[in-house]
Design a protein around this ligand. Sequence first.
Ligand SMILES: C[S@@+](CC[C@H](N)C(=O)[O-])C[C@H]1O[C@@H](n2cnc3c(N)ncnc32)[C@H](O)[C@@H]1O
Length: 327
Amino acid sequence: MIDFAFATSPQRSAEELFDLFIFNEKLNYVLKNYSPKALKFATAYLEELSSLRDQIWKTSFYSQGRIEQLHTNIEQQVRQTLGELKKCHYTFKEDFLSRIFKKMLIYFVSEEQFLVTKKSRGEYLDFSLDRSFDWIDEILGMNFTDSEETKPLDYPRERLYLNSGKGVQTNFGSIALILSLLDLQTSKVIFDLGSGFGRIGFFVGLLNQIHRFEGFEIVPDRVEKSNQIAKNFNLTPRVQFHCKDLTRDPIDYERADIFYLYDPFQDETYQRITERVRRVSRSKNIQVITKGNSKSFIAPMAQAEAWPKPIVLQDGNINIFKNYQTQ
Ligand SMILES: C[S@@+](CC[C@H](N)C(=O)[O-])C[C@H]1O[C@@H](n2cnc3c(N)ncnc32)[C@H](O)[C@@H]1O
């Protein structure tokens, strides 16, 4: 058994949990799609891990029974560790998450490259961990049960995603992938237009202290909860959430260097916001990330303004637009 030694060694525990977690998910995949190819995929990952290799790779497990046994054992360790982590103090969780996020940046870029390469060779591997990090919500203290109490508001035309819980948010894996491809070498101001429960702000804020994040969200409950988490993790004022209806409330778009949009609006609002972003882009370098359908509003504007082609990720679901050439 791995001793996570929480109180004394966050570095070791964060890194080991990350490796263990990913290995566990890969074993899961092997069990569901048992084949020599799937097995090679999981074990190749283990070969990269110095911390786990010695402890797990003692005997060959080229049998389904052995994999099942390993999977049960590892899953138990992961659950136990997460349970203990939830009880830890915020300063510990903060350090822990920041280490996990750093590892995620590296992992998700290589996962994306791996899947793109496979696809270009005509080999489709139905595997991605980008939805596998929802447990981070629990460590952050997000409570979706409460969100079911969100009262319908007087905004019949806006897309509020009431009671959608986790479904209303960008996956942590996708956030890691995006952040690893943005130009973030110098301090940036990031605006999430329709910030939901605030995942992006927490990722940015816990990753490092360089950037400023502001989320704008129409549902008051979500803003309240996000600000509470930012306060618990000592992220304010670097990370802030504002209750705004972007169809009508003025905000200072000029302050942002980076805009994030994940399917927040109905068409009219998109048009209004796209115009604001266009204006900002004429006076400074900006980066605009779209997830889902938001692309269909930003892409024509970017093309009309002769921006370079965007970085396309996850089969086109995510696009990173920049109004300048990257070095
Ligand atoms: C799909 S969610 C994305 C949440 C978050 N950006 C993320 O990616 O995790 C879109 C959010 O936009 C919010 N929204 C919709 N219309 C809005 C408006 N007019 N002003 C501000 N927020 C709005 C919704 O309430 C919802 O929380």
